[in-house]
Design a protein around this ligand. Structure first.
Ligand SMILES: Cc1cc2nc3c(=O)[nH]c(=O)nc-3n(C[C@H](O)[C@H](O)[C@H](O)COP(=O)(O)OP(=O)(O)OC[C@H]3O[C@@H](n4cnc5c(N)ncnc54)[C@H](O)[C@@H]3O)c2cc1C
Ligand SMILES: NC(=O)c1ccc[n+]([C@@H]2O[C@H](COP(=O)([O-])OP(=O)(O)OC[C@H]3O[C@@H](n4cnc5c(N)ncnc54)[C@H](O)[C@@H]3O)[C@@H](O)[C@H]2O)c1
Length: 480
């Protein structure tokens, strides 16, 4: 067992861990980054990037199929599953290689391989190879899929996101459990690539959507492509000779059994904190065994331990993991001087079609913060000019503003180019713009942002700050 003493030990070499390492290293050379699994990050290996690659293939198939709308007849669209998966893996490997190159550049003495756990507040054991005495620790151990026990009856046909990207070919059918972000993105992509998909949820949720009207709209749109029951009554999951038989109650047919090649569990993720022997770190823990920590400093209580990325189980998104890693790494380096870091306006995008974007405060948070004194502006993209031109005229945007101050508070969207509209809205929220300020900005024609302007005008009027929205107004151009 090799023993070492360091100022800063970082657990995990994912996005958060590498950010923490880069910042900490600027201030001290006495730092180690400990990685138990393969280098390359969840984002590049099995997360953001391969999922977006699969979605890109599905969009190509979908666009070819719907080309008839424009009078274009590409003929029979054939999906070559092997070629689709080959590109996914090839491009994924390029992204992973970028990360591996970055890790290669870190000095060898800063890198330790193995799983770390706490022996005491300042002592970590890494497998059976190292004992590290660290003045400060950053926990950046990420998360893993959380699979409910009853799904395990699918045995070898049970898959999680990691497995899908290793497929050599596409299967013919997949049952997706969990219409959250991963389930919706992967489920819709597989469906558009010709895989028979059925999606099962619990509790009625659809992705991260909190606004009831947006949820209804999204649910209807997804159900036009594949059956999605957000509150399914699943009776049985069984591995059979030819796949996984799922018995469930169908609204129209009663109790039915359908067989699928695979069952994809996309039922949420669990932070990798349970394997750390965190009870030895002398931190205050909540009833799930998670350390209490401060959102702006990432410090656990008044200790020398910081936590960042998916390990916090709070905002499991790439840009948040990078931000949190930076803040935690800097605070670990300068400890006991601990500084508040910049936390940005909440922004999340789901890469379905239409896309989903959530920005700023949810409608429930706005209601609470404004004590009910808020208004909601609205636009449907059905008749919106640019959206109709490109045949993407589905969905809704709802924007929230505070009475009195006229401040823009948040929004939810299920509609075209939500990844871009979401950014505009997040930038406006972080700049603390009023709805009037936002309407003073330029809007080109014909663009999807004109739909955003319609929603903002509706909101401004409801906040008693502007005139009523005029149907077919001329300065909007047709279909504003
Ligand atoms: C399918 C999928 C799609 C996604 N798509 C998006 C997207 O489009 N946009 C977006 O913003 N986010 C997306 N995410 C979320 C994003 O990938 C994560 O939020 C982000 O990668 C988290 O980074 P991290 O550094 O916290 O964790 P990770 O990158 O997982 O790093 C944690 C590291 O810690 C290591 N580790 C664990 N335990 C120990 C231990 N005891 N000792 C040492 N090392 C340990 C692990 O091996 C791992 O390498 C997606 C996630 C998934 C699964
Ligand atoms: N585009 C993106 O930014 C992106 C993409 C993928 C993942 N992510 C991140 O990864 C995180 C994890 O994604 P996720 O989809 O695993 O989690 P999630 O929390 O988004 O969704 C889990 C879903 O599973 C459902 N569920 C739970 N138990 C179930 C059961 N027994 N049967 C059926 N459904 C069940 C939940 O109700 C929920 O709808 C997300 O919160 C997100 O932050 C982001």
């Amino acid at each position: 067992m090799e023993k070492r003493q360091v100022e800063v030990a970082i657990l995990g070499a994912g996005t958060a861990g590498m950010s923490a390492y880069r910042v900490a290293r600027k201030h001290t050379d006495s730092v180690v980054m400990i990685e138990g699994g393969p280098y390359g990050t969840t984002c590049a290996r099995v997360g953001c990037m391969p999922s977006k690659l699969l979605i890109a293939a599905s969009e190509a198939a979908h666009d070819a199929r719907r080309a008839g709308l424009f009078g274009i007849r590409p003929g029979n669209v054939k999906v070559d599953g092997r070629a689709v998966m080959e590109r996914v893996r090839q491009e994924r490997d390029r992204f992973v290689d970028f990360v591996l190159d970055a890790v290669d550049d870190f000095p060898e003495e800063h890198k330790i391989r193995g799983y770390a756990r706490f022996l005491s507040p300042h002592v970590l054991q890494v497998d059976d190879s190292h004992e590290i005495e660290a003045e400060r620790v950053v926990i950046a151990t990420g998360s893993r899929p959380n699979v409910p026990d009853f799904l395990k009856s699918a045995e070898d046909r049970l898959v999680v996101n990691d497995d899908i990207f290793e497929w050599e070919d596409l299967p013919s059918s997949v049952a997706v459990f969990g219409p959250g972000v991963i389930g919706l993105e992967l489920g819709q992509a597989l469906s558009r690539l010709g895989v028979r998909v059925r999606m099962f949820g619990v509790g009625g949720g659809v992705g991260p959507i909190q606004d009831e009207e947006i949820r209804e709209c999204a649910l209807e749109a997804f159900n036009q492509e594949f059956p999605l029951d957000p509150d399914a009554d699943t009776k049985k999951v069984e591995r059979t000779g030819d796949g996984v038989a799922i018995t469930f109650v169908d609204g129209e047919r009663g109790e039915v059994t359908e067989t699928f090649d695979y069952l994809l569990a996309a039922t949420g993720r669990r932070p990798n904190v349970d394997g750390l022997d965190i009870q030895n770190a002398n931190l205050e823990l909540d009833d799930r065994g998670m350390p209490y920590y401060e959102h702006y400093t990432l410090r656990c209580g008044d200790s020398h331990v910081f936590i960042a990325g998916d390990a916090t189980a709070d905002l499991p998104l790439l840009h948040e993991a990078a931000d949190e890693g930076r803040i935690a790494g800097e605070n670990a380096a300068f400890y006991p001087k601990v500084r508040v870091g910049l936390r940005r306006t909440p922004l999340a995008v789901v890469f379905t079609d239409p896309q989903i974007a959530t920005v700023g405060k949810t409608i429930q948070q706005v209601d609470e913060d404004c004590r009910g004194r808020f208004a909601v502006g609205f636009v449907s993209f059905q008749g919106q000019g640019r959206s109709r031109v490109i045949g993407k005229n589905r969905g809704l945007l709802r924007v929230y503003g505070e009475h009195g101050s006229g401040l823009f508070m948040g929004a939810e969207m299920f509609g075209p180019a939500a990844e871009h509209i979401g950014h505009l809205l997040a930038w406006a929220a972080q700049s603390r713009m009023t709805v009037t300020d936002m309407l003073d900005m330029p809007y080109y024609h014909p663009v999807i942002e004109e739909g955003l302007r319609t929603a903002l005008r509706d909101l401004n009027h409801k906040l008693s700050l502007g005139p009523e929205v005029v149907e077919n107004c001329l300065d909007c151009g047709p279909g504003g």
